[in-house]
Design a protein around this ligand. Structure first.
Ligand SMILES: Cc1ncc(COP(=O)(O)O)c(C=O)c1O
Length: 384
């Protein structure tokens, strides 16, 4: 038995997607830049995927740049914007609860002379809007905000954030890291006045190693690699046609199922929390109340129990969870996201992230409740 509740780290690719990718690999193996029929067929697959991904994002298909994933999309957006716009200013704003692919880009840029301000968040992970207003100056070239936080599921009010940025300075680029929000919560880059939006295929039952950056035409970026003119010269190199085609199909299927999947995930979250509390366990929620956070995320605190130890016990029963973001979970340190929302080191270390997909079932959650209750009670009696 395997109960997979680590869908924020990655999702299981859909059978249809794997099959389609196999067909592309075997049959449509041309280079999209070639002038012959095989090349045109590959180019057509790219166009179809571009169209599906743009529909899922709510933008135009010529605004999609395919990348090797969310990390590369974030790097291209942040470093690309910084290098291209450095003559206009050197100030960047982001938050303290970003994914490492954003935070480490910002740290790199700081070493190169850019000035980065890190917005604090409140106890539920919402960015401090007053501080954002104070931080923005005529020198601010970029604001980068995570849409759905990957550890606690906070959904930022992007429409308000976008209007604060653009009212202060229409030329400041607004980048959204949407890796955890694609096909989970409604996207409206137009309303948010977002110029750049990053996403990734493997979080929506697509393949690993494929992602995209939405880039508005007026958002000028510097490429990270030198090469040919693929992806408008911003992401040179022969396109990963197989991965991109799989991403397109995964995006289309995810959008078709988004509504039912979302309702199911909210029900599963509620069942899990109610079930644990109903069994008398003391459990805290990290982040916003479950109904207000993204449907797929629930970060729980089990006082007196180490998250990592609980993770291992549950794993022995085939239940897969996470004690932090996947990028850090092999080197356990107290989560900076949990610390960012004010959790003590002890609280952060006693937390576990459950992340759902539309393929989880109520039966699975019942098993998770039973196993977790037993494990937590035992661990509290004999702490490790
Ligand atoms: C919020 C967020 N941004 C970026 C990434 C990186 O995406 P990828 O794994 O496609 O590089 C992740 C992955 O977990 C994420 O959760």
């Amino acid at each position: 038995m395997e109960i997979y509740l680590d869908n924020s780290a990655t999702t299981r690719p859909l059978g249809e997607v794997i099959q389609f990718m196999g067909w592309v690999q075997h049959t449509a193996y041309g280079n999209p830049s070639s002038a012959h029929a095989l090349g045109l067929e590959a180019e057509k697959l790219l166009q179809e995927a571009r169209s599906s991904v743009s529909l899922a994002l709510g933008c135009r298909s010529d605004e999609i740049i395919f990348t090797s994933g969310g990390t590369e999309a974030n790097n291209l957006a942040i470093k690309g914007a910084a290098y291209r716009n450095r003559r206009r200013g050197n100030h960047i704003i982001t938050t303290v609860i970003e994914h490492p692919s954003v935070l480490n880009c910002c740290r790199k840029l700081e070493q190169e002379g850019f000035i980065v301000d890190y917005l604090p968040v409140d106890g539920e992970g919402y960015v401090n809007l007053e501080r954002l207003k104070q931080m923005l100056t005529g020198n601010t070239i970029l604001v980068s905000i995570i849409h759905v936080n990957n550890e606690i599921g906070t959904v930022q009010p992007l429409e308000i954030i976008g209007s604060i940025i653009k009212d202060r300075n229409p030329g400041t680029l607004f980048h959204v890291d949407g890796v955890q929000s694609l096909a989970k919560v409604p996207l409206a880059p137009d309303r948010w006045q977002a110029d750049l939006f990053s996403c990734s295929a493997h979080k929506i039952h697509g393949p690993k190693g494929t992602g995209a950056l939405m880039m508005r035409r007026k958002a000028l970026l510097h490429p990270l690699f030198e090469g040919g003119d693929q992806e408008k010269g911003l992401r040179p190199g022969t396109e990963n046609v197989t991965g991109i085609a799989g991403f397109g199909m995964a995006a289309r299927l995810a959008m078709e199922k988004m509504h039912t999947g979302k309702n199911l995930m909210y029900d599963l979250k509620e069942m899990l929390l109610k079930g644990l509390r109903g069994a008398g366990l003391e459990v805290g929620v990290n982040g916003p109340p479950p109904k207000l956070s993204a449907p797929h995320l629930l970060n729980l605190r089990f006082p007196g129990v180490k998250g990592e130890v609980l993770l291992r016990v549950l794993e022995q029963h085939g239940i897969y969870t996470s004690a932090g973001s996947a990028c850090h979970s092999r080197h356990p340190k107290p989560s900076y996201v949990l610390q960012g929302i004010g959790a003590s080191t002890e609280d952060a270390a006693s937390s576990l992230r459950f992340s759902f997909s539309g393929f989880n079932t109520f039966e699975e959650i019942q098993t998770v409740i039973t196993r977790t209750v037993t494990a937590v009670k035992e661990l509290r009696q004999s702490p490790v």
